[in-house]
Write a protein that binds this ligand. Sequence first.
Ligand code: TRP
Length: 348
Amino acid sequence: MNQKPVILTGLRANNDLHIGNYLGGLLPIIDMANQRADEYQINLFVPDLHSFTTRINHATLQESIMQNLRVFVAAGLPLSDPNVHIYRQSYIPAHSELTWILDCFTGYGEMSRMTQFKDKSKSSSFTEESTSTSVGLFNYPVLMAADILLYGAKYIPVGDDQSQHLEFTRDIAQRMNNRFGDVFIVPEAVTAQHEFFGKDQGLRVKDLSDPGKKMSKSDESGKGVLFLTDSPDVASKKIMSATTDSLGSIAYNKVEQPGIATLLELMAFLQAKDVHDVVSEYQGQEQYGPLKTAVTTVVTEFLTSFQTKLAAVDDTAIMHKLADSEAAMAVQAQNTLLRVQRAVGLRP
Ligand code: TRP
């Protein structure tokens, strides 16, 4: 097993990444990579096989994968650090192989209860003609469990939408360990993840036009989603037309004023401030316009600087790092897979 505890996350490649992914998924792990990479192994990967669980444009998948990797670098991932690894899931066949084995120890009912499956299966079909949901969408959490367990990852920054999948990962790991001996390292539970990353609020950036739900790249309209590639102009329009309320007094109340809460949080996260410090600046103001304008300034400054960094990313450096990481991670993944194959009787 690996010596250093592993911190791992995957960011899907089939859609543009947005500020919610940046604050919730990327920043926590990149902060760790910059501050504590000597104590941990950091795995940041592109779950390209997961892209097919919803319908995508296959012709642009390669470009989306590259774009995601560039985003990692622009967000500050230190490529030269030997404890940091970037890789594409499909380049390491052990992910698919372990998924099949885990599939055979996963209950049909268990998967049917996954709330993300229940939500998405209503709206997604795998062909244009049919309304049928793919088996891939159904067993997507099993592939995710394999992604985590192959490297014995302990820490995974998870938003609310992924908590249930992480719990499932723990369940299947414990189930296999109980039955076959200690084959897997069990990742930490959701609350311990939030404590470890200390940024759980960042994991919950809400949609601007529908502050009841999380900002999500799968959202079709994209009206309430701030993409990392949005021009300042597009971003300003989304912020200025963000849904608020008619109470006419600014307060930080996620239940009664979820839209205002989202704006206050965005200000705080992007400036790395405590949300309560931002709140005290605006508390009680009767006009919402000035808050929106201030958020627009902070967001557009962030986007401009991020996009400048993104344009300067060196693709060759990424390609070299991918080759190194994929070779190293294939060895780690293969070791785990072999341990499992032996435990279940597939290898002597
Ligand atoms: N399911 C995650 C998402 O949709 C992406 C993902 C795939 C992932 N495998 C993972 C995240 C493993 C963390 C760990 O956002």
